[in-house]
Design a protein around this ligand. Structure first.
Ligand SMILES: [Zn+2]
Length: 445
């Protein structure tokens, strides 16, 4: 059997991840994400979402390559690795093109369902949930392929290393991962299963290389929890307002924030549709242990009413909200612009449990937000955060665990992927087994 890997998106940019695996009679698609900067750049009036619109601005992977190669009808399964939008955001718009099931972990499926609901999109694809560390058989034309969802740690729950068993060995897809033995929520990486897969033989590792150039092992989520504890419990916020902002999909982080909010005896209020979406999806799959400890407000009138209430007794509450990237229209942006019934006071505490995503537009948005906030004299606590992506030493450990024959660095342009090629050489790989690649290339292994 010949294996052909076709990078579709995420190899010339950070985002719109998508890779197709051509196994001769059958094709399996891994991920189908958004290119978020293209969407953030849209003006509010332009936000009429459609496949056509997204293709025209390059916000979704250019999967028409599969039509050109005569492969579209051979696609048997679409398998997203986790619930981040740069891995599943495009699926509501393109999955319909394929007569294929979408198979993912339960949280990933719940988030995908909510995206479909929000956009009122009916999909012909069957959605199939597989538990972390579970497996599923994909029916090909003449054979079945076992696909394992190996539990891995990242910055959202139910992230999986995807292992596709083929007669020629295992195809291992590791977008995105870090190796975290203290993930706060969910299980540790399944090292035993990785060793087992290595024994069977990994033909190719398609590997997250976003931080392959960073000489580090990415710190555990436990470290982010300690940083939060430090800033929330060891600074005096008595009599002051307290606002925390973080990634809506980072359920483990939200758990830590909630835990410390409780220690401060504050009522915890989550604000915004995005937080509601991910928290409720986690609750549906029994992975939101703090759901009973929080109140969620989303709709405008609900939000205004609650903020008025909080403004009268600000020291009794902790607000958890969106807007850490300075996104226009987010709760934090509206608070900073005095568009809501809550006046940010001098000496209110504002914790960013996040770091700024290094794209031009987010840096610009965040600078504008910071300028407004500084004028108000509030106390800001920045970068109370650790990344969800492994550094060079996580990647080295993963390669040692899996011992792949071929390595294809993924999750970015050459500036991100080249350092993983260097790491491979350093580890004794011959150049012919290391593949620096681009969208729409075709790699025959
Ligand atoms: Zn991710």
């Amino acid at each position: 059997m010949s294996i052909r890997v076709i990078p579709i998106g995420g190899f010339n940019e950070v985002g719109k991840n998508m890779t197709a695996i051509d196994l001769g009679e059958d094709v399996i698609i891994l991920d189908g994400g958004f290119h978020l900067p293209a969407i953030v750049a849209l003006q509010e009036s332009e936000r009429v979402y459609s496949e056509k619109k997204f293709r025209s601005i390059g916000a979704i992977p250019d999967d028409l390559i599969l039509d050109k190669l005569g492969l579209r009808k051979k696609v048997r399964a679409i398998i997203p690795s986790h619930a981040h939008l740069d891995h599943i955001g495009a699926l509501p718009y393109i999955a319909n093109r394929y007569n294929a099931d979408i198979i993912a972990t339960p949280f990933t499926i719940e988030v995908l369902k909510s995206l479909l609901r929000d956009e009122k999109i009916q999909t012909r694809n069957k959605l199939i949930s597989v538990q972390p560390n579970g497996h599923h058989y994909v029916q090909g034309k003449n054979r079945k392929y076992k696909v394992e969802f190996i539990n891995i740690t990242h910055s959202t729950i139910h992230s999986a290393l995807l292992a596709i068993h083929t007669p020629d060995g295992v195809i291992l897809y590791s977008n995105d991962f870090k190796l975290d033995d203290n993930p706060i929520l969910g299980q540790k990486p399944n090292y035993e299963k990785m060793k087992e897969i290595a024994k069977i033989g990994v033909k190719v590792l398609i590997c997250d290389s976003l931080y392959a150039d960073a000489n580090r092992k990415t710190a555990s989520e436990k470290v982010a929890r300690t940083m939060l504890e430090d800033v929330l419990l060891s600074t005096d916020s008595r009599n002051q307002g307290l606002i925390v902002t973080t990634f809506s999909s980072h359920i483990a982080r939200l758990k830590s924030i909630t835990d410390f909010g409780k220690k401060l005896n504050r009522k915890i209020v989550f604000m915004g549709r995005s937080l509601a979406k991910y928290t409720n999806a986690a609750a549906k799959v029994n992975s939101c242990p703090f759901r009973k400890d929080i109140e969620i407000v989303t709709y405008r009138h609900q939000l205004e009413k609650k903020l008025k209430q909080i403004a009268q007794n600000r020291a009794e509450y902790m607000i958890v909200c969106t807007g850490h990237q300075g996104e226009p229209g987010s709760i934090l942006d509206r608070l900073a612009r005095n568009k809501l019934h809550y006046q940010l006071n001098k000496n209110d505490h504002l914790v960013f449990s996040s770091s700024v995503i290094p794209t031009e537009i987010t840096i610009e948005n965040r600078n504008a937000l910071d300028t407004r906030l500084k004028k108000k004299g509030i106390r800001m606590f920045n970068n109370i955060h650790v990344s969800g992506h492994g550094g060079r030493e996580d990647i080295r450990d993963l390669i040692n665990l899996l011992n792949p024959e071929h390595i294809i660095p993924a999750h970015g342009p050459h500036e991100k992927t080249q350092p993983l090629i260097e790491l491979g050489k350093e580890m004794g790989y011959k150049p012919k087994f290391l593949h620096l690649t681009s969208n729409h290339a075709q790699l025959k292994l």
